[in-house]
Design a protein around this ligand. Structure first.
Ligand SMILES: NC(=O)c1ccc[n+]([C@@H]2O[C@H](COP(=O)([O-])OP(=O)(O)OC[C@H]3O[C@@H](n4cnc5c(N)ncnc54)[C@H](OP(=O)(O)O)[C@@H]3O)[C@@H](O)[C@H]2O)c1
Length: 258
C-alpha cells in the first residue's frame, strides 16, 4: 500500500523533505497543509507525489505519519483543534519543541521528535529520532540514516551537532575556499579542493569506522610535520575549544536560557 504522510507547515524546510521523498522513489503520498496555500503550492510545484489540502484535518486524515514542519512558535496554533487517531504518529521537526509539549497537542496519537537536515533533499541526512518508533523510522529512512535517541538532553546535543553544526560547516568551507583562492588558485578549483578534502576525510572516517579519530590523527600527523604545525597554530588561537563553545551556546538557546 502507498504510504501516506501528512506535512503541516510547508515552507523552506518542508521543500527539502518533499524533494527527498520524491527522490527516494517509494511513491509516498504527501498530503500537505500550510497557513498560506499559495506558498505550499509553490513549494510542492513539480512534485507529483505532493497534494495541497484546504484544511489541516483533511491533510492528516488517512495519513499514518504526520510531520509538523512549522516554526517552533507556531506548533501549538498549527495543531490546535485537530483530531488524531491512536494509530497515527506525529513527528515534529521543529527545533527545541519538547516531546511533552508535542504530546499535549496530539491527543491519542504517538508523538515523536525528529531532526533531519537539508541534505534530506538528496537522501543523505543524518536523522535524529526520539523515541524509537517503527512507523516514523520507516518514513524517515527514505531521507537518510536514522539514529534513535532516548532523552531530551541527548536530543539537544544531537540537534546542536546535526542541526547547527551542519549549517556551520558552510561558512567554514567558505573561509577555507576564500583563503585558498587568495593564494592564487582559481575560485572553482579552491571550492572543489575544499569539498573533496572534507568528503575524503569523511569517507575515510566512515571506512575506518572502528578506529578512534585520535588514532587517525596520530597516523597522519608526523611529529614535526605540517599537520602538527597547523594544529599547533589552530590550538594556539583557541581553535577546537571555540567549536565546543559554539555547540554549548546552541544547546543553551534550544533550552531557552541564553
Ligand atoms: N531550515 C532547516 O534547515 C531546518 C532543519 C531542521 C529543522 N528545521 C525546522 O523546520 C521548521 C520550519 O522551518 P522553515 O525554515 O521551513 O520555516 P518557514 O519557511 O517559515 O516554514 C514554516 C511554514 O509553516 C507554516 N505555518 C505557520 N503557522 C502555521 C499554522 N498555524 N498552520 C499551518 N502552517 C503554518 C508557514 O506558513 P506561511 O507560509 O504562512 O508563513 C510556513 O510555510 C522549524 O521548526 C525548524 O526548526 C529546519
Amino acid at each position: 500500500m502507498t504510504p501516506r504522510v501528512g506535512i503541516i507547515g510547508v515552507g523552506h524546510f518542508a521543500g527539502y523533505l518533499i524533494a527527498g521523498f520524491e527522490n527516494a522513489g517509494e511513491m509516498t503520498a504527501l498530503r500537505l497543509f500550510s497557513r498560506t496555500r499559495e506558498r505550499a503550492e509553490r513549494v510542492a510545484a513539480g512534485h507529483a507525489i505532493a497534494e495541497v489540502f484546504n484544511s489541516p484535518q483533511e491533510a492528516i486524515d488517512g495519513a499514518t505519519v504526520i510531520v509538523v514542519a512549522t516554526r517552533p512558535a507556531d506548533v501549538e496554533a498549527a495543531l490546535a483543534g485537530l483530531t488524531f487517531s491512536k494509530d497515527q504518529v506525529v513527528v515534529s521537526v521543529a527545533a527545541g519543541v519538547t516531546l511533552d509539549r508535542l504530546q499535549r497537542l496530539t491527543g491519542e496519537a504517538t508523538a515523536v521528535r525528529a531532526l533531519p537536515v537539508a541534505c534530506a533533499a538528496i537522501n543523505k541526512s543524518p536523522i535524529l529520532l526520539m523515541p524509537e518508533n517503527a512507523a516514523a523510522r520507516a518514513v524517515l529512512e527514505q531521507l537518510g540514516r536514522v539514529y534513535a535517541l532516548r532523552t531530551e538532553k541527548q536530543f539537544d546535543a544531537g540537534t546542536a551537532l546535526v542541526g547547527a553544526f551542519y549549517a556551520m560547516i558552510f561558512p567554514l568551507m567558505d573561509h577555507l575556499a576564500t583563503w585558498t583562492a587568495a593564494q592564487g588558485l582559481d575560485d572553482q578549483l579552491a571550492r572543489s579542493l575544499v569539498v573533496e578534502t572534507i568528503s575524503g576525510a569523511s569517507a575515510m572516517a566512515e571506512h575506518a569506522r572502528n578506529v578512534p579519530f585520535q588514532e587517525i590523527w596520530s597516523s597522519l600527523a608526523v611529529p614535526g610535520g605540517i599537520s602538527e604545525r597547523g594544529m599547533d597554530a589552530l590550538e594556539g588561537a583557541g581553535g577546537l575549544a571555540a567549536w565546543s563553545s559554539a555547540l554549548d551556546a546552541v544547546v543553551r538557546k534550544l533550552r531557552g536560557d541564553g
